[in-house]
Every structure is written in structure tokens, then in C-alpha cells.
Design a protein around this ligand. Structure first.
Ligand code: SAH
Length: 398
């Protein structure tokens, strides 16, 4: 058992609900190279008192995930079983919710053990392994899932850590194969999900509350959805009665997939009703500016970093200037919805900076709503890496 001493501030953070240990928390950083991924370590304070137990996950968001503050806990069958059973218990309401059959079943550290997540898609699981250390526990974890989930049809797994050339990164591993597409429902809206081809399945389950908000606010509105992927926000708006939506994404796959999602909900993708544009968002914005177009609702959810043929975008460097354009494209009386899943942005600072950016466009743009991860199925620790989702809704008065 390796003992690792942490700085007083880091110990303090653990007492305040942090569970991720970073390299800079260690008093003796040379230990980082000496300890192998997957090792169970004891964290101690400067006076050598036991603080917590963790598993080293070098390839994940930091150095180690703490899994217990009790020296007598071990990462064994019993611990994994009670941790997973607890997570399942906490989703009881979601399991019995007839309008929604897909959600996160196990959210890593937020459910007590970082390094992997599990999503439930209408009876099929997708397990995402973010660390080899946790992947090595799969022979214990998978039987626990099989014996605790009635209605489980099949399991897919993805490896989200660096793998060697001959290793698989995504695979169907147990039970039935899901139909492709698998039609899932969320708040009675259908979405086409494809399991087994890419870790991105077609829907980001963590945006459920935002989709619901958009659905309830869209009656007869014109809606612009930037970085639209499979058009989920647009479909939510359209089912909520939006008069016209425009979905913009540069990826070719987004066209058919978005059409499919609209069709699954009996909605037309006739260009006059719901438009899908496969093009660069920044070219589309230039076009909107040239034609001085505005929308009642502008939704923007970019990746943290993206490079296309012509443009490079980074949430950290470029989101504020993009936000100015988003506010400009929003009609008076309309809403701007600004989303990011980048954990590197400080929530409060980003919110303040967005408010400042709004002042460049109008004095009467107000923050009216914000979203974080849905706590029913995306519980978090106090680490900022865990609470990554930030969504701000602004209302433009004039
Ligand atoms: N908002 C989506 C998820 C977006 S994922 C949802 O809720 O489901 C990010 C998307 O941005 C990807 O589909 C990617 O193809 C697209 N993208 C990245 N850079 C882009 C750019 N410059 N212009 C248009 N789309 C871009």
C-alpha cells in the first residue's frame, strides 16, 4: 500500500466533497511516476493521518479518484456491488418514467467511483471506460449489472483511454445487439440512437433538462440551433410547436440523422419548415449577418475545441466573441441559450463574461435561467471536472 501525502488545501478540499486528486495535490510529485495506474493508495495529511483511499487513474481527468474516506473499504465485489446497487436505486423514478427510457445509470465519481460511466438506452447499456484501471474491474462490474438490472437486453462498451493498436475501442460485448437505429424516447420525444459504432450515440443524455426547457418555450418561434449534431435541440423545439428551425452542423452525418430524428416525431424537414444546413457555423453566421436575419431563439452548444477547413474554435478563447454574434442574431423578445461542457471554464466567471458580452449588443439582455447536469442521473462531486455542464439562458428585451 503506497501512502501519498497531500497539501493541507487538498485535504481540505476532500473534506468539502472533492474526489479527484490532481498531480499538484501531491507533496512529493516524484511519486506520480513511481505509482502504476490501477494501484490503490492511501492519501494522508502532512501529519501522516489517514484521509482517504483512492485508485490511480493516470489517463483520466487527474491522478486518482478517491472512492472512500474509510480505511476499511476495499475496491472489491462487495464495494462495487453496493455502489452500483445504490446508483440503480437512485434511478428508480427514471426507470418507471414512461415518457423517458434512456438516461445515465452510473455517473462515475458522482455515484461513488470515478473512471467509468454507464448509460441506459431503452434496455441496452453503453459502458464508457475512461481509465484502464477501471476497465480491469469489468469482470466484477458486468455480472453485477447483469444480475441487478431486470430488462437488460445487451451491453456495449467503449474505451475512452489511450489503447494500443490491436485493442478494440468500441464493442458489443454481451446479450442481444440493439437494432440500428434504436429508437429511444425522452419526454415522449423519439430519437435515433446507434450503438456500437461510435461513443457518440446520437444523443447527449446530459442535456435532457435543456431539451425539455426548449420544448416548453418554442411555441410558434423561429429557432436557430448551432453545432446541431443530430438536431436534438431542434426536434425538441419543433415538437414544442416551433414555426421554423434551422440546424447547422459541418458534419455530413448530421444531415440524414437530423432528418431521421424529425421523421421519427412526424415532423417535416421541408426547407420551409425545418431546415438542415451542413455547413460551417461561422460561414452561416456570416450569411446571417449579411442578410441581417434574426431568430426568436438561438441555441449554441459547440465542442470545446474544433478545427474545420477554414476556422479554428476554442471555447476558452473564442466563446465570448461568438456570444456577441449569438446575441446579435437574437430578436428583441427572444432568447439566447449558451451551452458548454468544457470543465476548464469557471462557471461564475463565464457567466459574468457572458453578461459583459451581452452589453456590447444591448443594455437589456438578462440572464433568466441556468442549467447544470441533471441531478437525478448525473450526480456530481464538488470537483469542477465533475460539474462540467454550464448552460445559460438570456432574454433579450430590446
Ligand atoms: N448540440 C448538440 C451536440 C453538439 S456536438 C446536441 O445537443 O446534440 C458538436 C458538434 O459540432 C459536432 O456535431 C460537430 O460536427 C460540430 N462542429 C464542430 N465544429 C463545427 C463548425 N465549425 N461548424 C459547424 N459544426 C461544427
Amino acid at each position: 500500500m503506497t501512502n501519498i501525502k497531500l497539501y493541507p488545501d487538498s485535504v481540505n478540499k476532500i473534506h468539502h466533497g472533492h474526489r479527484l486528486i490532481q498531480d499538484h495535490d501531491l507533496i512529493f510529485p516524484h511519486q506520480i511516476d513511481e505509482i502504476a495506474e490501477g494501484e490503490i493508495v492511501h492519501f494522508r495529511d502532512e501529519a501522516n493521518h489517514f484521509v482517504a483511499k483512492g485508485i490511480v487513474v493516470k489517463q483520466n481527468k487527474g491522478f486518482a479518484w478517491i472512492f472512500s474516506l474509510d480505511m476499511d473499504d476495499f475496491l472489491d465485489q462487495h464495494f462495487l456491488e453496493s455502489t452500483i446497487q445504490m446508483a440503480i436505486q437512485q434511478r428508480r423514478e427514471l426507470f418507471s418514467n414512461e415518457a423517458t427510457n434512456s438516461f445515465r445509470l452510473f455517473n462515475g465519481e458522482g455515484d461513488g467511483l470515478g473512471g467509468f460511466t454507464i448509460d441506459w438506452y431503452a434496455g441496452y447499456l453503453q459502458i464508457n471506460w475512461y481509465s484502464k484501471a477501471l476497465f480491469n474491474e469489468r469482470d466484477t462490474i458486468i455480472p453485477i449489472l447483469q444480475s441487478n438490472l431486470s430488462g437488460l437486453k445487451g451491453i456495449y462498451e467503449t474505451k475512452r483511454y489511450e489503447v494500443s493498436e490491436d485493442e478494440w475501442t468500441i464493442q458489443h460485448t454481451f446479450g442481444e445487439q440493439a437494432p440500428n437505429p434504436l429508437i429511444i424516447s425522452e419526454n415522449n420525444i423519439n430519437y435515433a440512437v446507434y450503438l456500437g459504432t461510435d461513443w457518440m450515440t446520437g444523443i447527449f443524455l446530459d442535456q435532457r433538462h435543456v431539451r425539455q426547457f426548449i420544448q416548453t418555450q418554442s411555441e410558434s418561434l423561429t429557432v436557430l440551433n448551432l453545432f446541431s449534431y443530430t438536431g436534438a435541440f431542434s426536434v425538441a423545439a419543433a415538437t414544442g410547436g416551433a414555426a421554423h428551425t434551422v440546424s447547422v452542423d459541418v458534419a455530413n452525418r448530421s444531415l440524414d440523422w437530423t432528418k431521421e430524428n424529425f421523421a421519427l416525431n412526424g415532423l417535416s424537414t421541408d426547407i420551409a419548415d425545418h431546415e438542415i444546413r451542413v455547413m460551417d457555423v461561422f460561414d452561416y453566421i456570416a450569411y446571417v449577418k449579411r442578410h441581417q436575419k434574426q431568430f426568436d431563439m438561438v441555441v449554441c452548444d459547440p465542442p470545446s475545441f474544433a478545427r474545420t477547413k477554414k476556422y479554428q474554435f476554442s471555447v476558452e478563447k473564442d466563446y465570448l466573441s461568438l456570444a456577441v454574434d449569438l446575441f446579435k442574431m437574437t430578436k428583441a423578445g427572444g432568447m439566447t441559450i449558451i451551452s458548454t461542457n468544457h470543465s476548464g471554464l469557471d462557471r461564475d466567471l463565464f457567466r459574468e463574461n457572458l453578461m459583459k458580452a451581452s452589453k456590447q449588443v444591448s443594455d437589456s439582455i438578462y440572464l433568466i435561467q441556468q442549467f447544470e447536469l441533471p441531478e437525478e442521473d448525473f450526480p456530481t462531486t464538488n470537483d469542477k471536472e465533475s460539474q462540467y455542464l454550464k448552460v445559460f439562458v438570456f432574454y433579450r428585451e430590446t
